[in-house]
Design a binder for this molecule. Sequence first.
Ligand code: THU
Length: 141
Amino acid sequence: MSERITDAELIRTAFKAMENAYVPYSGYKVGAALLTESGKVYTGCNIENASYTPTVCAERTAFFKAVSEGERSFTKIAVVGGKGGEVSTYFVPCGVCRQVMSEFCDDDFSVIIAKSETDYLLKTLNDLLPCRFSPQYLVDN
Ligand code: THU
């Protein structure tokens, strides 16, 4: 349960992941660093496609890498993004990525929306996607 990485380190890892973004169409680079409850970090970048719709966001890359490795419990994610990799605004996760987070994370899952290692917003999943459709709705009762 203990966290072995600081917010600044998680943000630095997201910046590093952003370097691998494959963005020949938008030029908009995004990086994510996802922390598991056990203290492991999975990174992700956005990966675009000539057919456009198969494009996957950085956050989902990180989640899908982690889930495919057997992870199910997550504490926080740091995200950064900007045109050409220049991060000048607070980059916020898209709705689809918020919904993917909601599949695996509780209300208090933290989303670090960063401009730099020291300049960032701290949101919860509930802040970003209140009143969401979650796995709970599919449980028989
Ligand atoms: N993108 C992400 O990686 N994450 C988001 O949450 C929103 C958008 C990517 C997709 C695409 O490669 C580029 O940003 C421009 O939309």
